[in-house]
Design a protein around this ligand. Structure first.
Ligand SMILES: NC(=O)c1ccc[n+]([C@@H]2O[C@H](COP(=O)([O-])OP(=O)(O)OC[C@H]3O[C@@H](n4cnc5c(N)ncnc54)[C@H](OP(=O)(O)O)[C@@H]3O)[C@@H](O)[C@H]2O)c1
Length: 366
């Protein structure tokens, strides 16, 4: 059996290569999964853009200069040398852009396992966890695409909303504005979906001119404004900046214009060509949002069961809206086979596609 890897140059994300090689034999305790399908969004491009700084390349090492971008998706066990993981079982988790992967299950439970590979030991456990689909309350076979595309993003969206509410919107809860950049991104609109259910705040999407109509069509933003129309928002507005774009120029413009900016939360970096530091800005310090800290806090306060139930309930409400056949927020396109994966990657990296489209990829030969 051969395995196919999709490699990108770490210092030049547009340079890619497909490599096919014999799959390595399994050692005792290891399992091989066929990576059946995975999602590719700007989130994965951000993993690559911050691959060195935040060690995203560390999950699936490749030869010098090259990296394998981690992706969220589904794999099924095709070979097992582990007593608690059987051939045929399906797992949701963090895979490489490859046709198969070798994992080393540790801490097996009815819910799944963690990959115990030595090179992953220092990486955050949330990424090392593989969830057994047969025991996963989020899983249904009909919603695999939506789970791969939206589940990791929506968990963050939910936590951002929870974090802001938990902090009384940093003093902007009484009629203030929540300004979300890259409003057309899935993580931003998931956040807007949650925020729009709160009282006393106005949810304002900021986006590129080409994506204005898409954002307006969703109905989760009270207002949507193009990046070059910030002057439509009163400079004295009390507001919070929730930044998915990471665009240094936009961040500076917002910090400069809004004298009553109460908090500035850095979530992402979709604008890969305009990323930049946040030093010497007027107003509050731009603060990196760290989702695991909010999970830890809520786990301690509510317990894992209650937190899990709230997430599941919110997820069901969200995908009900996203998948409403009368007006879907997301239309899935499948790209099967090495050449199709290469083309889809180039399109997502370019970032100018239709924001309504979600790309599902598979390196199984089409
Ligand atoms: N910190 C965390 O824990 C965490 C968790 C999840 C996601 N995130 C981050 O949230 C961001 C959104 O991720 P997503 O997967 O939800 O995105 P997505 O749905 O794929 O977003 C697509 C949108 O991003 C913008 N965009 C993408 N590529 C671009 C490019 N090359 N140039 C300019 N604009 C581009 C465009 O929006 P506009 O025209 O509206 O700008 C585009 O419509 C990512 O940076 C991701 O890493 C962070």
């Amino acid at each position: 059996m051969n395995t196919i890897d999709f490699l990108v140059r770490k210092d030049s994300l547009g340079d890619t290569e497909l490599r096919e090689a014999p799959a390595p034999p399994l050692a005792a305790g290891q399992v091989r999964l066929a990576v059946e399908q995975f999602a590719l969004t700007a989130n994965n491009i951000t993993y690559a853009a911050f691959g060195e700084a935040m060690n995203y390349w560390g999950f699936y090492p490749a030869e010098s200069g090259w990296g394998r971008i981690p992706v969220w998706g589904f794999g099924s066990v095709v070979e097992s040398q582990h007593p608690d993981v059987s051939v045929g079982e399906k797992f949701y988790g963090y895979y490489p852009m490859s046709s198969s992967v070798v994992l080393q299950p540790v801490r097996p439970s009815p819910a799944g396992f963690f990959d115990g590979a030595e090179h992953r030991a220092a990486l955050h456990p949330v990424y090392n966890n593989y969830t057994r689909c047969s025991a996963d309350p989020f899983y249904t076979p009909q919603t695999e695409d939506v789970q791969a595309l939206l589940r990791p993003l929506f968990m963050t969206s939910w936590l951002i909303d929870d974090f802001l509410a938990d902090n009384d919107f940093f003093g902007a809860g009484d009629g203030g504005l929540m300004l979300l950049s890259s409003a057309s991104s899935k993580t931003a609109y998931g956040t807007a979906f949650q925020l729009a259910q709160r009282q006393g705040i106005e949810v304002v999407g900021l986006t590129s001119a080409a994506n204005l109509e898409f954002c307006r069509s969703l109905g989760c933003y009270h207002r949507v404004v193009a990046y070059d129309q910030l002057d439509q928002i009163a400079p004295g507005a009390t507001c919070v900046y929730i930044d998915f774009a990471g665009n240094a120029g936009l961040r500076r413009a917002i910090h400069t214009r809004f004298a009553n900016l109460k908090y500035s939360s850095s979530i992402g970096g979709t604008h890969v060509e305009q990323l930049g530091g946040a030093r010497d800005l007027p107003g509050p310090r731009a603060t990196l949002f760290f989702a695991p800290a909010q999970i830890k806090k809520r786990n301690a306060e509510w317990g894992a069961d209650i937190l899990g139930q709230r997430l599941l309930q919110a997820w069901r409400g969200f995908i009900g809206k996203v998948c409403d056949p009368a007006a879907p927020w997301l239309v899935v396109e499948h790209h099967v086979g090495p050449d199709a994966v290469k083309a889809a990657y180039a399109a997502v990296l370019g970032g100018r596609g239709d924001p309504r489209v979600g790309h599902m990829l598979s390196l199984a030969k089409g």
